[in-house]
Write a protein that binds this ligand. Structure first.
Ligand code: GUN
Length: 283
């Protein structure tokens, strides 16, 4: 039997509708318009395209978005000053510095300069800590999008064995933590894991987030599993995931396509985080 396709494009559109309604209510009731500042340093084409997508989606749901495009030779000091400016600006509820940054700028100094109360990416150590300690804070957008997708498709997390392949700070580690919080038994695999398929074959929920096209093949899957593909690699101008989609979909219970799976959810969760931030500051 063929797997059910987890359509991120459709789900993200539904989420954006919900967010748009909430944004409108916030404005009508309290006169608050959520504001998002995006800082883009340099002219990397992929980053430019992501930022355009974020700006378009923000505007569509009624979020006020400011995009600052800064030159590639920008000094770290100037970038930190721009962050300070938005930290102080009461009309801005979310600040996002698009990564990667040019080599003269230290990523960690930039991330820690963003006020944790405006860190809609959830990358600040304060928010990372909150995720692990169980408190309230911003959850990084891609892991949050994955969880939303699993929940809304009523895939059972509690008691499931979730196997996460990849241990990045942006996806692997936080998604493992979110699944653990939802009572999954979690295994994290990575590039040094011996006998990867020993683990993947046990997964009721498999999250692949390494960026190696075709790494996960059909023989590595437990029949009926939920397979979430976070990998996006450009191969001959096409976006390719970590999962051999055509073969795996014949064995899995659920599967995300690439593109149109996790990707659209990431932006929807950024909008959600910005809305949440505005609601919280308004209170
Ligand atoms: N570059 C690629 N993905 C991301 C992301 O989620 N946030 C930021 N700030 N930069 C990115």
């Amino acid at each position: 039997m063929s797997a059910q396709i987890l359509d991120g494009k459709q789900l993200a559109a539904a989420l954006r509708q919900e967010i748009r309604r909430d944004v409108e209510e916030l404005r009508a009731r309290w006169g608050i318009v959520p504001g998002l500042a995006v800082l883009l340093v340099g002219d990397d084409p992929a980053s430019q395209s992501y930022v355009r997508g974020k700006q378009k989606a923000s505007t569509e749901v009624g979020i006020h978005s400011v995009v600052e495009r800064l030159p590639a030779d920008l000094s770290e000091r100037t970038l930190l000053e721009r962050i300070d400016h938005y930290n102080e600006d009461p009309s801005i509820h979310g600040i996002l510095v698009q990564l990667p940054l040019p080599p003269q700028i230290a990523e960690d100094r930039v991330i820690t300069r963003i006020s944790p109360t405006k860190d809609v990416d959830g990358f600040h150590p304060w928010n990372v800590g909150r995720l692990y300690s169980g408190g309230e804070g911003f959850v990084p957008c891609t892991p949050a999008g994955i969880l939303e997708m699993i929940r809304r498709n009523r895939i059972e997390i509690s008691g499931a064995h979730a196997v996460v392949v990849g241990r990045s700070g942006i996806v692997g580690k936080p998604v493992a933590q979110l699944l653990l919080r939802e009572n999954a038994t979690v295994t994290i695999c990575h590039s040094k894991t011996k006998n990867l398929e020993f683990y993947t074959k046990q997964a009721d929920i498999l999250v692949a987030a390494v960026g190696r096209p075709g790494l996960i093949t059909a023989d590595m899957i437990k029949p009926g599993a939920a397979v979430i593909d976070v990998g996006i690699t450009r191969v001959d101008g096409r976006l390719v995931g970590d999962v051999d989609f055509e073969a795996v979909k014949e064995r899995a219970g659920w599967i995300t396509p690439v593109p149109g799976g996790v990707g659209p959810m990431t932006i929807a969760m950024l909008l959600y985080n910005t809305l949440w931030s505005a609601k919280r500051m308004g209170n």
